[in-house]
Design a binder for this molecule. Structure first.
Ligand SMILES: [Zn+2]
Length: 174
């Protein structure tokens, strides 16, 4: 059995890898988190003299597979948080950042996979669109085959696999 320290490290790696993968699946090296995102993730940025600022993540960047964050720590001060900094290591913050990325992508796309972030024209719809998953692999990371069978079986029709005919974008590209 792994120690808590090892398990925390594993989870941190897993969430970070998920963020990297979601951006890669959308051909993005960076993503700006716009102001209209309802629950932005606040992280602590340490200034030049070690003073801490509680500030929202403005942009998520991936360089050579490593995560970094751009934050705005006062009216005209921007700072970068690197993978080894606390801001990129705290599990709750990482999870919040991942959620913010999905919400940001949902401003462009009607349906993205909640596991891997791929925009979807076909796949699994959960509870009339509460969640989407692009493949069996992604679905079963969240729900076991037994749980899925129970969710979509016995005439319960809000969870199903389908192909959508409409454009996946809220606004068609010009
Ligand atoms: Zn997926």
């Amino acid at each position: 059995m792994k120690t808590f320290a090892e398990r925390i490290k594993d989870l941190r790696k897993e969430i970070t890898a998920s963020i990297v993968r979601i951006l890669a699946n959308n051909n993005l090296q960076e993503l700006e988190i716009p102001e209209e995102i309802e629950e932005p993730t606040y992280v602590v940025y340490f200034g030049d003299h070690g003073e801490g600022y509680d500030c929202p993540v403005k942009k998520v960047c991936i360089e050579d597979g490593a995560l970094s964050l751009l934050v705005e720590f006062d009216e005209d001060g921007e700072g970068v948080i690197y993978a080894s900094d606390l801001g990129c290591r705290n599990l709750d913050w990482l999870n919040g950042i991942r959620e913010n990325i999905l919400s940001t992508l949902e401003l462009t796309y009607k349906r993205i996979c909640y596991e891997c972030g791929k925009p979807m024209d076909e796949g699994y719809c959960i509870d009339s669109g509460r969640e989407y998953f692009c493949s069996d692999e992604c679905l079963h990371k969240r729900y076991t085959p037994e749980e899925w069978a129970e969710m979509c079986g016995q005439g319960k029709t809000e969870s199903y696999w389908t192909k959508w005919e409409d454009s996946n974008r809220w606004q068609d590209e010009p």
